[in-house]
Design a protein around this ligand. Sequence first.
Ligand code: NIG
Ligand code: FE
Length: 379
Amino acid sequence: MTSTLLTGAGELFGHPHLVSPALVTDGDRIAWVGEQREAPEADAVVELAGRAVLPGFVDSHSHLVFAGDRSAEFAARMAGEPYAAGGIRTTVAATRAATDEQLTAHVARLLGEMRRQGTTTVEVKSGYGLTVHDEARSLAVARQFTDETTFLGAHVVPAEHAEDPAAYVDLVTGPMLEACAPHARWIDVFCERGAFDDDQARAVLSAGERAGLRGRLHANQLGPGPGVRLACELGLAAVDHCTYLEPADVEALRGSGTVATLLPGVEWSTRQPYPDARALLDAGVRIALASDCNPGSCFTSSLPFCIAVAVREMGLTPAEAVTAATAGGAAALGRTDVGRLEVGARADLAVLEASSHVHLAYRPGVPLVAQTWVGGRPV
Ligand code: NIG
Ligand code: FE
């Protein structure tokens, strides 16, 4: 195995006490972290010239498998139209019409964008196929790129089942789940008025659990509702959006192991109110920041953008926002091997063209990620 010493870093995120920080990778892992003068020998040396080293970002929520474009819907929203879940059906039609090759090329392009912006672990959902065949092939495409794949057959009720949503839930919990479970680690439901209610979400999540999938939930995005409390009751790894929280939701999150995943790009792109991340942290709730990259509610692939918005609009310090986009995302995926610069963790790194993580919020919109390392190698 090849070892590499990264030296001259301006900062190793999470190790503020180090005066001249250095890091050694061995194979795909971090083997050593400490003061440069105490660093062990390595096969190769990389001089970082004052650049900050952060854990690679962990984007725990994305919908990359889709075709088509909804920029006109975005423009209409900026002219005053509200965001509505109904737009999902537009993308479903385009996705069904796309070939496997087109879907694969599109995911590859978006993952390339993410990687250039420092993301090294990404969760990818299905949810724009909504037939047995189209959900299974969406997940097969996603699985070529990541192990963190999520079956979201319960995204919305597709038009052909509009008259009989119960029959669609039977399809999702029966043949669709059977076809999708081999390609997925997680199961998700959009638990919201206009999508699926809490009883339907329970049915889908428990069928998923019987098929060996762990649960996560989209909840409280468009208004208050039962989703956040349901996620906490069921002990799900994460509940995502959390835009409209009531005191009972915060109370439930506080006493649970469920991570509240905040998606500030969605509020930015739909002109909804930002959730109060400061209040969640102060209440002792574990939070993550993710992109939710999708063609409707938020088409950004950039966690640096989400970090900047979370700092400016949601009351987080830059360090809290970076932690939420790294260790927080890892927790939302039940992972301890990514999201932190510690011995034994994967050597997944984001090296900034700046001396500290603060610049991600201080210089919003500037492409500050100079290098992304995956498994001990720059990519
Ligand atoms: O996470 N909320 C449900 N799903 C996506 C949006 C999907 C779309 O509008 O295409 C989300 O926001
Ligand atoms: Fe989403």
